[in-house]
Design a protein around this ligand. Sequence first.
Ligand code: KIV
Length: 262
Amino acid sequence: MPNQTYQSHPERVTSLSSKKGKATIAALTAYDYPTAKILDETGIDLILVGDSLGMVVLGHNDTTEVTIEMMIHHTSACRPAVKNAALVADLPYKSYDTPEKAIITSNSLVKAGADGVKLEGGTEIIPQINAIIDNGIPVIGHVGLLPQSIKIEGSYKKKGKSPEEYSRILADAISLEKAGAVAIFLENIVSELASEITNELKIPTIGIGSGIDCNGQIRVIHDITGFFPWFTPSFADPLCNIANEISLAVEKYIKSTYSCVI
Ligand code: KIV
């Protein structure tokens, strides 16, 4: 665990809200130094140290086993690489049950170098969001499909199909904006709902699996690069095949060892 306190740049997160209506927001996940450095140097706006870490890096079945210590470890690995983008870290499962706990965990992620934090949920987590923001840490909201609720939900289904769910997610997004969230992630919701939230809110929406009517998009880096070939979400659209490139390099390397002495 790093005992160093890293420099954090909260203004890089708060300035994202002024992009609405002027520029789109391109966001990707990263969990380590080289990936974060490549994304930052390529000009990404927002790097998320997502708790998807559990699945695509640590081989867990879902995100619920990710701990605050793991998030601190990976956030501090990304921090030295990120010179321009906003670096946001996820508050993991059960780390923000109460406002007091949310302050402690958010502070630990900022100490590890996060410029802001993201947490999943709507109206029910407004006290936690108020507490984090009052403590000077910018917050990004996350509504729609909430991967940390997988144990209750049972599957990763598209959200907002029923009128009740549609209205609840819309109300959640409005409450998050009122509470002071800088931006909101819209995960796997019907595109009409994403479009309505985007039109309704003054802060930017950042979509994943929710259509193009959002102010920006976020993807898991492994999904767009083909680095997790065992599962590719339908909306992922891999743009290259890193797994294949690594296999080819490893094959070449194995062959090169044939010339060694036996
Ligand atoms: O953890 C994660 O990767 C996320 C996605 C929405 C990008 O939260």
